[in-house]
Design a protein around this ligand. Structure first.
Ligand code: TXA
Ligand code: MG
Length: 325
């Protein structure tokens, strides 16, 4: 495995590797993705293998812009409005597969819908331009573990399973893209993420909330939404206003309880954007020997706080999918 800086040469080599059906981890503004040619079934199969995914979950197809998206999905007026406001950026749209769509069936796990987004990270864009095809990419980590926001996280999680990692620095958004389903009668939020619900509603009006969100309790609609998808190995205790002596603390805001073995503050000033960007790396840093449990302070349920709390609730969920280390 090689971590490469994003030079013209490393991008050209990575692109060639992708065109030949190989895997490349690359930075996006949200988290690092484990990319493959989205039109090549065999290449996409290698993603599931490298991630150790228990089953085929549909993957997001990454494109340069709305024009490229229109070759893959049946576009509509809502998609047009949303793309004009949020692309390139952290919003994924679920749309019907268009006839003749080049997206491999395995990319969508056999669904007749496609999740698609245009990332804003310049390295992701340069890579896609060089490849000339959409890239399928889930987060570049082993299934069920915390998403990577640095090239080093990718290397630690996937090791030799990924031959090339393009290093584009720390991801600025830090949580995954928002997934919005436009195939339902009312647009439905399947996963809160980097594009806030408030900002989306300012463009298209009220959105429905999927009952797959962890506050709900019915069957999963977004098949990738395992409750413990973002799990550290240690138990997580939410809404903590005090800490136990065996706990590490994930703090938020200026007033931090004392007594933790180790404390990281998502944002001492209480800024939710800063907190999102720090979330996964600080959760990783607390998920270490000597710490019995991770206590997390309350985070407001507005703006990016909605996505942060969604990931935290998943991290706290203790079910059979949770990896044990
Ligand atoms: O920020 C991100 O979205 C990152 C970067 C790499 O782009 N990618 C990412 O991919 O988080 P992944 O595979 O970890 O999550 C994809 C999400 C899952 O929740 C999956 O269920 C949902 O998108 N999804 C994909 N295709 C879908 C479809 N056709 N219908 C409904 N949900 C879909
Ligand atoms: Mg993931």
């Amino acid at each position: 495995m090689r971590i490469r800086g994003p030079t013209a040469q490393s991008i050209a080599e990575a692109a060639q590797h992708l065109q030949q059906g190989g895997l490349v981890a690359f930075p996006t503004e949200t988290v690092y993705g484990l990319g493959a040619d989205a039109t090549n079934e065999r290449a996409v199969a290698a993603i599931y293998e490298a991630k150790g995914r228990p089953r085929f979950n549909p993957l997001i197809s990454h494109v340069l812009d709305a024009r490229e998206a229109q070759r893959c999905v049946r576009w509509n007026a809502l998609a047009d409005k949303l793309a004009a406001r949020f692309w390139p950026g952290p919003l994924t749209l679920v749309l019907p597969r268009v006839e003749g769509s080049p997206i491999a069936l395995l990319t969508t796990a056999g669904l007749d819908t496609v999740a698609i987004r245009a990332p804003s990270h310049p390295v992701a864009q340069a890579l896609m331009r060089a490849v000339g095809r959409p890239l399928a990419a889930p987060s570049a980590n082993r299934s069920g573990t915390i998403s990577p926001t640095t090239a080093l996280h990718v290397a630690q999680s996937l090791g030799e399973r990924v031959p090339i990692i393009l290093d584009g620095g720390t991801c600025l958004v830090g949580v995954e893209s928002t997934v919005l389903d436009l195939t339902t009668p009312a647009p439905t939020l399947l996963r809160p993420g980097g594009a806030t619900r408030e900002a989306i509603e300012a463009v298209i009006g009220k959105v429905a909330l999927s009952d797959a969100l962890p506050s709900g309790d019915s069957a999963l609609k977004s098949p990738g939404q395992l409750r413990s998808h973002y799990a550290p190995a240690r138990p997580v205790r939410l809404d903590s206003t005090s800490v136990g002596t065996d706990e590490g603390l994930l703090a938020f805001g200026p007033e931090v309880p004392s007594g933790a073995i180790l404390t990281f503050n998502l944002s001492p000033s209480g800024d939710l954007g800063e907190a999102a960007a720090n979330l996964f790396s600080m959760m990783r840093a607390l998920d270490r020997p000597g710490i019995g449990r991770i206590a997390v302070m309350p985070i407001p349920e507005t703006g990016l706080g909605f996505a942060i709390n969604d990931r935290l609730r998943r991290a706290a969920a203790d079910d059979d999918e949770k990896p044990r280390r």
